[in-house]
Design a protein around this ligand. Structure first.
Ligand code: FAD
Length: 440
């Protein structure tokens, strides 16, 4: 069979290259993570298919006016809104060996990121391997580490079962909203939405808007709306960092006590009339297509049990890409993917028991540092160590230190200043290239 395979591939490639496909890999989702998984898996000579339920690549980075359900009755995946600029510089939003060239600015628009992702797919000739409008509805483990995948063709309304040797789960973490309940919300007569349905600040022109949550989305959406409305309130649980430079005309309020028909009462007893509320309360991990036999469960925002936040310990031929948060995702995707491919290639010999033991040691260390299980996947400034650990464990290429250096800078000294532009000098150094940057 292998001889025939080599012969056929020789014919196909005009005798130029030899290709022997090692494994048949199924990739779920054609966002940035899925595309990177395809690129690296093909480099490793695997035979790959990506299944994407929409008609587009780029996942989250696609903008649509539509909210709620799509034309097939599935929830809209993307939470992208008009006016979004990246919250980290493009220099640390790069796929490996594929530089983000334009524009000059570092904090770029949604359309720039989407173009970059599309250029990446074209450059590495990924599009022929993507199956669009294919919704994965069930994945079950088979014997010998293989997988059965139920693929629904949304256009033809047909169902197909495919088998793979390994699976990459690349479905993103920002499409299933986390909606805490608040006393009295059922009486509130205004509009209440989650940030996943926020599309355009102009819809809130001159309205009295309450933003709940001061994470990146809450701060960004409040800042966009205050440009068209003088009545924006940001209510927050954790203290605000002055370096986030939240515009002064946004009223800051503590947590909510209760909603009334046309107003909200805060825990300090103050009350404000509001027309609309936008809950920027985050998202939930969700893998509805995994059968119970996959043995993945989510408890308190902890996806259990993943080795190094990537490999399904109970069924190690399944990987999850992009589970950590507080990260620069595109760079981490690359190292996570190469880590899993090294495991598949037999370069990382770890028993399930050893993987579980390592995970429990890691979680206990975090507990000692006071980090709750709900933040099991939070990395922040520790992501440099995380990526180095993946590289050392699997003996794969390390990610250059310059990325973590830029990340630390933009979350420290340069926090909140999206006017800065960065240039990577080499694997260790970067510089700020704006003229008079110190004046910004
Ligand atoms: P996604 O982009 O979500 O792609 C997942 C894909 O999987 C989608 O195309 C989806 O349709 C598909 N899919 C899901 N389920 C199925 C299924 N069952 N069958 C088939 N296909 C399926 N990151 C940054 O680096 N910088 C930023 O500035 C930044 N800003 C952000 C702003 C917002 C509002 C949001 C929501 C996220 C932001 N992010 C940012 C994070 C962003 O999610 C990542 O950059 C990156 O896009 C994640 O890629 P992904 O491939 O993991 O997921």
């Amino acid at each position: 069979n292998i001889t025939l395979n080599i012969f056929c591939n020789h014919l196909h490639n005009g005798f130029k290259t030899r290709k022997v496909y090692d494994m048949k890999i199924g990739i779920i989702g054609a966002g940035a993570a899925g595309l990177a998984a395809l690129r690296h898996s093909r480099d490793a000579h695997h035979d790959c298919e990506i299944f994407e339920k929409t008609g587009l690549i780029g996942g989250t980075w696609n903008y649509t006016d539509r909210t709620g359900k799509d034309e097939f009755g599935l929830p809209i995946h993307t939470a992208m809104y008009k006016g979004l600029r990246t919250n980290i510089p493009k220099e640390i939003m790069q796929f490996e060996d594929f530089a983000f060239q334009t524009p000059e600015d570092s904090y770029v628009k949604q359309s720039d990121v989407l173009k970059y992702i599309n250029d990446f797919a074209t450059h590495f000739n990924l599009l022929p391997h993507i199956k669009f409008f294919k919704n994965i509805t069930k994945i079950c483990p088979l014997e010998k580490g293989r997988w059965s995948v139920e693929v629904r063709d949304l256009k033809l309304k047909s169902l197909e079962i495919k088998e793979f040797d390994a699976i990459f789960v690349c479905v993103g973490n920002y499409s299933v909203p986390s909606m805490p309940t608040f006393p009295g919300i059922e009486n509130f007569q205004g509009t209440a939405i989650h940030s996943c349905c926020f599309r355009n600040a102009d819809n809130f022109k001159n309205r009295k808007v309450l933003i709940v949550g001061s994470g990146p989305s809450g701060r960004d959406i409040a800042t966009l709306i205050q440009e068209v409305s003088e009545n924006v309130i940001l209510c927050h649980r954790s203290p605000l960092n002055p370096k986030d430079m939240i515009p002064t005309n946004i009223k800051k309020k503590p947590e909510i006590q209760k909603f009334k028909e046309h107003s909200v009462v805060f825990k300090d007893g103050s009350e404000e009339i509001i027309d609309d509320v936008i809950f920027c309360t985050g998202y939930l991990y969700s893998y509805p297509f995994l059968s119970n036999d996959c043995e993945i469960k989510i408890e308190n925002r902890w996806v259990k049990y993943l080795y190094k936040q990537v490999i399904n310990i109970n069924h190690p031929t399944m990987a999850f890409i992009g589970v950590p948060f507080g990260i620069f995702p595109f760079v981490i995707f690359g190292v996570q993917i190469r880590f899993f491919l090294a495991y598949l290639a037999g370069k990382l010999l770890k028993s399930k028991e050893k993987m579980m033991e390592d995970l429990l040691i890691y979680m206990n260390k975090r507990k000692e540092l006071g980090i709750p299980d709900t933040k099991a996947h939070f990395l922040g400034v520790t992501q440099g160590e995380y990526m180095d650990d993946l590289a050392e464990t699997a003996n794969i290429k390390k990610v250059p230190d310059v990325f973590i250096k830029i990340y630390k800078y933009v979350h420290g000294e340069g926090k909140g200043n999206r006017n800065l532009s960065f240039k990577i000098i080499n694997n260790n150094e970067f510089k700020i290239v704006n003229q008079n940057a110190e004046l910004l």
